[in-house]
Design a protein around this ligand. Sequence first.
Ligand SMILES: [Zn+2]
Ligand SMILES: [Zn+2]
Ligand SMILES: [Zn+2]
Ligand SMILES: [Zn+2]
Ligand SMILES: [Zn+2]
Ligand SMILES: [Zn+2]
Ligand SMILES: [Zn+2]
Ligand SMILES: [Zn+2]
Length: 422
Amino acid sequence: MKHVSLKDFFRRHQFKGLLALLALLMAAALLLPAQKGVAGADYWKCPTCGDTAMGWSNIPNDDGTHTPRCDRCDNEFGAVFCSGGTATCTVKAKCTSCGQFYGDYAAHQYLPSGTAPNCWDSGTMFYTCSLCKYTYSSQLPALGHDYKAAVTTSTCTAVGKIVYTCARCRDTYTTTQFALGHDYKAAVTAPTCTAEGKTVYTCARCADTYTTTQPALGHNLRYDAGRSKAPACVVKGLEAYTCARCGQRQDKVLPWLVHRYGAWAPDGEGHTAACVVCGEPKTVPCEFTEHKVGDAALRLCGVCGQGSFGNQAFTAPMVENASYNRLRLSYAPKNGELVVRRLALPGSADALYIVLLEVGGVSVPTTGAVRITLPVAGEGTFALAQLGADMTPDEIPFTQQEGNLVFDAYLPGLFLLQAAGK
Ligand SMILES: [Zn+2]
Ligand SMILES: [Zn+2]
Ligand SMILES: [Zn+2]
Ligand SMILES: [Zn+2]
Ligand SMILES: [Zn+2]
Ligand SMILES: [Zn+2]
Ligand SMILES: [Zn+2]
Ligand SMILES: [Zn+2]
């Protein structure tokens, strides 16, 4: 409300009549009380006119201030801020001094309604002012779940899981973790020569255990020359071995050697030879065979060759380089030595041969025939017969190979070799 002073009014309207003045005074009388201050606080002494009775009017300034003016002298003072009153959302505060509405509207007093959002769905809320019913709405997004995790940890063999449960709506889902698998540590017991080794695997986490075994190494045998001993005649030998790892001895006993004799020499009614290995001499009785040749008796030891024909003693010489082989299905002692002695018959080119296998100075019969290779002198045509106990000849086949006769025979045997056609 614009203030118009009475002085201005008269300045503008002095040509008007008294009625106008009266009308104005009446109007002013109606208006002024509304413009006057309330309460006695405004009845302070005017510094200009000294009045204390008429008081002051607070003239509103339309800008949230009012200007106090002395009702006696119209003197005005500096504007002051309006105050007092209470604003609402529809009405501003009313100044208790000048009566003008000033300041801002108060905030709406909203009451919410509608649908709140939850984990899954969005919500729509309405906010309505309880005073003026002004309403606005708000679309609120879904909240999403508020999952809390419950963890069951994995073990060596069992899968772990995490159960997620929404603290708000109890919705749940589960994730799983692989089992960890065992964390085995090995405890090794090494194998020895005779004991198997083992490795015990134990899980550092759960104590689960299993064992693998390694076979025993077996002795690492080395030939032990210091303890070894060669066999001798009638004395066992020793092939000694000692384990390089554990010292265990593992020996092999070697069978003793049998005496081996060379040629047997006549020695009275026996024959003698020395062992070619150890030198020990041995004497064995002669094995004389007797045959009738005409009226005379032929007495002969095939081993040493001594014999007699009638009253004439002789020694049949050894045939060198004769040899024999065992045939299939025949048996002859392994260490048997072939002895072939030749006895030339007087007055002819014919000869007797005594053939035997001898072991230790004793003749040993063969089982089945053996193949004899017999050197013969000359390139002539021969006839060969084995003689029975009564000297009956039994002709046997032979082949001639490079100065040898090769034939199969049972031993011991007496043979007649005739050089025919000469
Ligand atoms: Zn005054
Ligand atoms: Zn005011
Ligand atoms: Zn309102
Ligand atoms: Zn939820
Ligand atoms: Zn484990
Ligand atoms: Zn060992
Ligand atoms: Zn010997
Ligand atoms: Zn003899």
